[in-house]
Each structure stands twice: as structure tokens, then as C-alpha cells.
Design a protein around this ligand. Structure first.
Ligand SMILES: Nc1ncnc2c1ncn2[C@@H]1O[C@H](COP(=O)(O)OP(=O)(O)OP(=O)(O)O)[C@@H](O)[C@H]1O
Length: 272
């Protein structure tokens, strides 16, 4: 793990980018008798921004929570950085956890903590650092996500929606993770703030060699920020590929989502 955001800049295609950071194979999850995910398989390569879409209630959050080990799966394998998380030792699991950053839906900041203290939560959990160093590191993250320095001492209730998302992103980046999981990061933002957030994610991917797994309903994000899209439907990944692949798909849900009126306008704008 490289602290202080000092990872190499992503320049040319390297063998490392073929590295599979996350793979899910034949994952089945059910609650009581209700099957939510049925033998779902998915992978994400290092340095990719993967957009994960699907109808409301399809199971996107359930998959995310399963990957993070918060929901029990009935069968299948999930590997992070090549390690089967179920078979990992406690030490391996800890090392893996330190390489993950998560931005939960709605930001989920601790309301009683300042932005700086929120960013320090993962640091306190995983690292044993002197307060002064933690303050400096957390401040760097605050600046990295484009928040003004005075935002560090503010409480979440004093921030705009866009600032809350940025603060939550700063917290997700606290340990310089290799992969970040973003659950609907632009929901509730106005289109300008959402576009700025997308730009930030792309910039961070480029400069920090990040891999990004993003659950989103935002067509703008899918068209402008994602390298690849995976569509969840019928309890598995129905279609995956580039936006062009989505636009060619004859799968009915994919067709209406990506070739509906709103999507057509975005496609035209993106190609201008
Ligand atoms: N802990 C749980 N116990 C029982 N059922 C659950 C649980 N968590 C999720 N579900 C069910 O799993 C299904 C998928 O939910 P999930 O939140 O993953 O959908 P989603 O695709 O993320 O939806 P949205 O886009 O609206 O956020 C829903 O029917 C939900 O009610």
C-alpha cells in the first residue's frame, strides 16, 4: 500500500492492467427462499472503471455487499486480488480490506464527526499513526477530492450534497486503496455537480492507478466515465461490454435503457 497518493501515473498499457482485481464466479445469494443472485459471474481489471447497472431491486447493492463480505452467499467464489476471500486467513483478509475503499449510497458520513475526523475513521481502524501525521494525511485526501481546506473542520450537516459525496470519497480513499466501490455516487446531485464528480473519479483513476466499481443509474456517468458496463438482470450479468456494445444489444431491458429517448440525446452529445 502506498500512502500519500504516490502511486505511479497511469500512462501506457502494461501487463499489470490485465490483472483481474475482482472476480465473482457462479455467485448465488438468497434471502429465506427468495433467490436474488443466481450463479452470477463478473470480473474487473486493474485500472478499469466499471459501471454496474440494473433495474431497481435487481440486486446491485446485494452483490456489492456480498463482495464486501457483509452478506453471506450460498455458493460461488469471490476473489479479490487473486485471493479467494472465503479461504483467506485473517491476516490476508485484513490486507485485502485495507486495499478496498467504499462510498456507500447517500455518503453515509458520521454526523457527529467533522469531515477530517470522518476521513480518519479507516486510518484509526487499520493504522497506528500519530495524530499529527493522520491530520496531514486526511487533509491531503480532503484536498485531493477538491474540497476547500475549511471544509475539513465542518460537520456533514454543514455541507452541500456534492460536498458530502466528495467527503465520502475522501474517506473511501483514506488508505490509498487499489479499488473503490461507489454505490450510486451521483444520485441526488444536480447535473453539473454530477458531471464534476464523474470527472474527479476519472482523474483519480488516471493519477492514482485506481480501479473503480460503480453502481449507478446515471446515464451521463455510463456514457462519459465508464470503460465498461455490466448489466444486472434475471439474477445475473445479462450483458457486459463497452457503451457501444450496450447500444447494439437487443436485450429488451438494455435496449430500452440505453436506446430510450434520454439515452439517445446523451449518445448524440457524447459523439459531437
Ligand atoms: N437483508 C435482506 N433481507 C431480505 N431481502 C433483502 C435484503 N437485502 C436486500 N433484499 C432484497 O434483495 C433485492 C435486491 O435489493 P438491492 O437493494 O440489491 O437492489 P438494487 O438493485 O440495489 O436496487 P436499487 O437500484 O433500487 O438500489 C430486493 O428485493 C430487496 O428487497
Amino acid at each position: 500500500m502506498a500512502l500519500l497518493g504516490t502511486k505511479p501515473t497511469r500512462t501506457t498499457q502494461t501487463a499489470e492492467e490485465d490483472e483481474i482485481v475482482l472476480s465473482a464466479h457462479d455467485v448465488t445469494v438468497s434471502f429465506a427462499d427468495k433467490v436474488i443472485l443466481d450463479k452470477l459471474s463478473l470480473h474487473i481489471r486493474r485500472g478499469e472503471i466499471l459501471g454496474f447497472v440494473g433495474a431497481s431491486g435487481a440486486g446491485k447493492s446485494v452483490l456489492l455487499r456480498t463482495i464486501l463480505g457483509l452478506v453471506h452467499k450460498q455458493s460461488g467464489t469471490i476473489k479479490l486480488f487473486g485471493v479467494d476471500v472465503e479461504k483467506a486467513s485473517e491476516r490476508e483478509r485484513l490486507r485485502i480490506d485495507m486495499r478496498l475503499g467504499v462510498l456507500f449510497q447517500h455518503g453515509a458520513l458520521f454526523s457527529a464527526l467533522t469531515v477530517l475526523e470522518n476521513v480518519q475513521v479507516p486510518m484509526r481502524e487499520y493504522l497506528d499513526l500519530p495524530k499529527k501525521l493522520m491530520d496531514e494525511l486526511a487533509m491531503l485526501k480532503v484536498e485531493l477530492v477538491g474540497l476547500p481546506p475549511d471544509a475539513a473542520q465542518k460537520f456533514p450537516s454543514e455541507l452541500s450534497g456534492g460536498m458530502i459525496k466528495r467527503a465520502a470519497l475522501a474517506r473511501a480513499l483514506a488508505l490509498d486503496p487499489d479499488i473503490v466501490f461507489l454505490d450510486e455516487p451521483t444520485s441526488g446531485l444536480d447535473p453539473i455537480s454530477a458531471a464534476e464528480f464523474d470527472e474527479l473519479v476519472v482523474k483519480l483513476r488516471d493519477t492514482m492507478d485506481l480501479t473503480v466499481y460503480m453502481v449507478t443509474h446515471d446515464l451521463d456517468t455510463l456514457f462519459t466515465a465508464c470503460d465498461r458496463v455490466a448489466v444486472l438482470g434475471k439474477k445475473k450479468v445479462l450483458v457486459e461490454g463497452t457503451i457501444d456494445d450496450m447500444l447494439k444489444s437487443e436485450e429488451p431491458w438494455v435496449k430500452s435503457y440505453f436506446r430510450g429517448k434520454r439515452a439517445r440525446q446523451l449518445d448524440l452529445a457524447a459523439r459531437e
